[in-house]
Design a protein around this ligand. Sequence first.
Ligand SMILES: Cc1ncc(COP(=O)(O)O)c(C=O)c1O
Length: 391
Amino acid sequence: MTTASTAASAAPGALLGVYAPVGPRFVAGDGVELIAEDGTRYLDFVAGIGVNALGYNHPVVRQAVEHALGTGLIHISNLYRTEPAERLAEELVARSFADRVFFCNSGAEANEAAFKFARKWSGKSEIVAFSGSFHGRLFATLAATDRPEYKKPFEPLVPGIRIVPREDWAAVDHAVSASRTAAVIVEPVQGEGGVRPIDPEWLGFLRELCDSRGVAVIFDEVQCGLGRTGTLFAYEQTGVVPDVLTLAKPLAGGLPMGAVLLRDAIASALKPGDHATTFGGGPLVASVALEVVRTIAQPDFLAAVRQKGEWLGARLAGLASRSAKVRDARGRGLMWGLELAEPAAPCVTAARERGLLVLTAGANVLRLVPPLVITPQELERGVAILEEILA
Ligand SMILES: Cc1ncc(COP(=O)(O)O)c(C=O)c1O
């Protein structure tokens, strides 16, 4: 049992002890740097865990927030129509496979909604997820998340959600049932599970299997979507198109927002009252998200992410080949993991002490998800610090 004193030591002040923040308190952000109370600047390869795609104080986000505030409308409810949500939905539809969009407030909420939509459409209840997955911390998404330590204290979770080995052809063939399975959910590039791009051939097999058994394919692009891997959506690089796609993290430039993109076939199973959220798609967040999506979707912007990603991948592969501490370098675009032969947490501390913020993805993987606007020089600065620590 957690005692009052351990909870108090993990969380500063009156904050609940579910986080254990480390390092300084930050007071400002500028480009790809965070600035601490004492004025120290940190190069940020965390980006609010893949949220701050445009870094800090980006003019597009600033202007969108200021413009939206100028209308006086932060929120008015989905009881009424507003232009920003309608335009944002049209923008996402125009740029993807989808016909309809539902807005919510986080990644977990987007995935929970996706499960409900697949259940309503299929009339079936089971969800199949895969080893290494992370889909959120609410009851159904936690059930679909492959982290026993996160789940155990909160059981029983939602029944009918199974985790089967990823990229295992026989296991998925066995698990996906025409009579029981509503949907499968997969991250095209797993994030929390160690930064793992999933084999596109296996995704193609999964797609065919689901087609033949009347099962919806949900791609969770909460972390890997919206330019992170060098294309607007990660699915574009797999050759596989899902039925439902979830987004969140970078969508509204740091404001909380999630989205579920759906094909008409599934969307048409939903009617007024089937699902709702008070804040989803409010005018302020939707206005900002529209500008963020338009900025990221520029072909030049995405080409630059791919170019910087190739450079970063080559440097990390070089580090992996030279260093006994690094077992593997994996990733796409500006989403990379370094699998270490040792725990990753001490390297996070060592990097912070040298002015670089990085995070882990599981016990042995260092995760690098810098703002997509990072310059080659800033990438070089960060990689040089990592090489110093790991060489
Ligand atoms: C792939 C993926 N799905 C879902 C989530 C949950 O998102 P949120 O924390 O916004 O609920 C995350 C968060 O890290 C994620 O990486």
